[in-house]
Design a protein around this ligand. Structure first.
Ligand code: NAP
Length: 369
């Protein structure tokens, strides 16, 4: 739809709907973040956003604020096409029809080819005016994980790496706490809270015993912790096993270990048998499995082995590089273990999407070119 069809007030309302959607950034997974604004006589009269799966959708929360009011001259702005199917809640399109609103403007249509456009068809059949395409790019950005799993069938993957000036992640003896600043670590907590899942390798679990949870942000939902452990070497006393406040999925090729019985007794742990590639977990295949399990935004916090493989298999959409003003020298550990490259053309070039200071560190966000 042509953006000239929308006026400044439309843009202001959709911008507000997008900021409302963002308020659900820690909690809506696996559902998308959606915001809604209702206006009448060029004034915003109601607002709402989707908070948590199973809870009311954004449109319903906004409609509930104006339940007794005549909405026959109202325009509803919503960041995603209203749903048309019965899921854990009834269709929002029917609720809007029931309230006899005049116009519905969506930032974009639903990305799911099975339902895309159907919400609008219902509204049009009921005589409601519909338009879409207002601030669509921003609407896509706030739900990149959701759209990736629906449209590409794989999660949107963000690789986090904390490094020194010389690109090292730890001393030779493994000591790495802390290379980056407290500000960077707080930023990582924010990214964890937004993600559907945090993925690491068994190397990191054995060496660091991380908790891989959200601690400094108030959130109703902890991301899933995903551990890649081909041989099921996971120590039974590791934090990801004994802490039951977050779900843990252990991805393995081992079907025989006696640990399987023990792990099956923990209700927060799921062991997933998967496909092998070179005696390790087939990452491309795993990405499809994770999307089917409704993982949209995937945050990779792994060591050099797994980070290198993810990059070389071209499975990383975004890198978050936290670089600290410290030099660790040539004996220290590298950030990416790669197969040897023999030509610079084999090295992928990344586009720097943003840079910022976090305390004394620099955070770069790099995206695929
Ligand atoms: N600086 C940072 O931001 C950061 C972040 C996280 C970790 N780290 C550091 O990284 C160090 C650990 O690094 P690491 O390289 O040993 O561990 P890792 O990359 O976390 O885990 C590697 C292990 O994952 C398993 N794996 C399963 N499928 C794989 C596949 N397709 N490709 C590659 N690996 C696969 C392999 O073990 P199996 O073959 O047994 O399955 C492999 O040894 C720790 O000291 C930690 O401090 C740093």
């Amino acid at each position: 739809m042509n953006s000239s069809e929308f006026d400044e007030f439309d843009k202001k309302c959709m911008q507000r709907a997008l900021s409302l959607a963002w308020q659900g950034r820690y909690s809506t997974s696996p559902n998308p973040r959606v915001g809604c604004v209702i206006s009448r006589d060029n004034q915003i009269i109601a607002e709402g956003y989707h908070y948590i799966k199973g809870g009311p959708h954004a449109e319903i929360n906004a409609l509930n604020q104006v339940s007794g009011l005549d909405l026959s001259k109202a325009t509803v702005y919503v960041t995603l096409e209203p749903c048309s199917h019965f899921g854990s809640t009834p269709p929002c399109a029917l609720a809007l029809i029931d309230k006899k609103v005049k116009t519905v403007i969506a930032a974009m249509l639903d990305p799911n080819p099975l339902v895309s456009g159907k919400g609008f068809v219902l509204l049009k059949q009921a005589g409601i005016k519909t338009k879409y395409g207002l601030l669509e790019e921003q609407a896509r950005k706030i739900n990149k994980g959701f759209f990736s799993r629906i449209e590409r069938g794989i999660p949107y993957s963000i690789l986090k790496m904390g490094v020194s000036i010389d690109g090292k992640t730890a001393l030779k003896n493994g000591k790495s706490q802390w290379i980056t600043s407290e500000n960077s670590r707080r930023d990582v907590q924010e990214a964890r809270a937004q993600a559907c899942a945090i993925l690491t390798g068994i190397g990191t679990v054995i060496k660091d015993n991380p908790r891989l949870n959200v601690r400094s942000i108030d959130t109703p939902r902890q991301p899933v912790r995903i551990i890649l452990d081909s041989q099921l070497n996971i120590p039974l006393n590791s934090n990801v096993v004994i802490d039951s406040n977050s779900p843990t999925w252990i991805i393995t090729l081992n079907q025989k270990s006696s640990k399987l019985d023990i792990l099956s007794q923990y209700s927060h742990i799921k062991v997933i048998q998967t496909k092998e590639k070179n005696n390790r977990i087939d990452l491309s295949y795993l990405m499809h499995v994770l999307a089917q399990l409704e993982i949209g935004e995937l945050y990779l916090e792994c060591g050099a082995t797994l980070a290198g493989t993810f990059i070389q298999e071209n499975l990383v959409d975004e890198i978050h590089l936290y670089q600290a003003p410290i030099i660790l020298g040539d004996k220290a550990k590298d950030a990416f273990i790669f197969d040897e490259l023999t030509d610079l053309n084999q090295a992928k070039r990344w586009h720097i999407a943003s840079s910022e200071y976090l305390g004394e560190d620099i955070k770069l966000i790099l995206r695929q070119k």
